[in-house]
Ligand binder design. Structure first.
Ligand SMILES: [Zn+2]
Length: 306
């Protein structure tokens, strides 16, 4: 069967079930499924229906999960070891889908989506994998939410978006998000003294979306800034973007210029003494207010503001 991956928009070829098989094996290795199902409030009752061959009375069932199992009653099967399955398909395609207890749903999705055999599939393909061997109410919705919230997938999409930016494009006509960031320092913070105290904030703000990021650093040195960029910033946004800064000594230092150049990052320096040309200044006013307020109103110790 050829399926279209709605999340990635490319044909994915024959349906592959290896990740779903691996997930099922993993589950059976880690848990005794009849016990896990017996602990689940809905599955516990559904099992009882099958065991006693008792048709569920819909008029008495208010729980939406249980109502779902009640409508599927004719397809529910209990194996000899007491595991509840949903029987699907006919002929060669006939298969048993494990009824997943609510407590294990997140683990099943994580295993299916992140399994090395799956490699962060899009939400539709993850759903297809899940549908082969598992069942729980609202599984499509749960899987969509989990895949959309996957940090690894998001970062990889952002990296792709960044790579599409033509190198060297630095004008204000730039409309691609995460292609140009304004970078600056705010601080030193009043009363933030002593060794190891975070005295400055390093801020980066996306030129298009205005999405801000800030990191507390001990000293405003080029080394500290490069460390944050290489450990925190570039791994998530990729390289190849333009970073706009003022002419602060850290940013014009040979060390900083050399480091970013090696990573393929372009730097543009705004005019000295004209901080307004760097829009990150607006972000600084907001941040300063928030930090100052929390220091004054919430009695945050100056060494613990970050
Ligand atoms: Zn993912």
């Amino acid at each position: 069967m050829i399926v279209q991956d709605q999340a990635n928009d490319f044909p994915v070829g024959p349906e592959d079930t290896s990740a779903s098989q691996a997930t099922q094996d993993q589950l059976h290795k880690s848990y005794r499924m009849p016990d896990e199902q017996a602990r689940d409030p809905a599955l516990h009752i559904a099992k009882d229906w099958v065991q006693k061959k008792k048709l569920p009375d819909m008029s008495n069932i208010t729980d939406p999960q249980l109502r779902r199992y009640a409508t599927l009653y004719p397809k529910l099967r209990l194996t000899s070891d007491g595991t509840l399955f949903l029987e699907e398909g006919t002929g060669d395609d006939q298969r048993l889908r494990l009824c997943v207890p609510a407590a294990l749903i997140a683990e099943v999705i994580r295993c299916l989506h992140q399994h090395p055999l799956a490699g962060h599939l899009g939400r539709y393909r993850t759903y297809l994998q899940a549908k082969r061997r598992f069942y729980w109410p609202n599984m499509h919705k749960h899987i969509s939410c989990a895949v959309e919230g996957c940090t690894t997938c998001r970062q990889s999409k952002e990296r792709k978006a960044t790579k599409q930016v033509p190198l060297g494009q630095t004008s204000t006509k730039e409309h691609t998000r995460f292609a140009k960031f304004y970078c600056d320092l705010v601080g030193p913070w009043p009363n933030a003294r002593g060794p190891g105290t975070k005295k400055y904030l390093l801020t980066l703000q996306d030129a298009v979306t205005k999405y801000p990021e800030a990191w507390a650093i001990t000293d405003a040195t080029a080394e500290n800034i490069i460390r944050v960029l290489t450990n925190e910033f570039f791994p998530r946004y990729g390289v190849g973007m333009t970073i706009v800064s003022d002419q602060g000594r850290q940013f014009i230092s040979t060390l900083f210029q050399h480091a970013v150049k090696r990573l393929g990052v372009f730097t543009v320096k705004t005019q000295a003494y004209e901080p307004k040309t760097n829009p990150v200044e607006r972000l600084h006013r907001t941040l300063e207010n928030v930090i100052r307020c929390s220091m004054e109103n919430e009695k945050v110790h100056p060494t613990q503001w970050h």
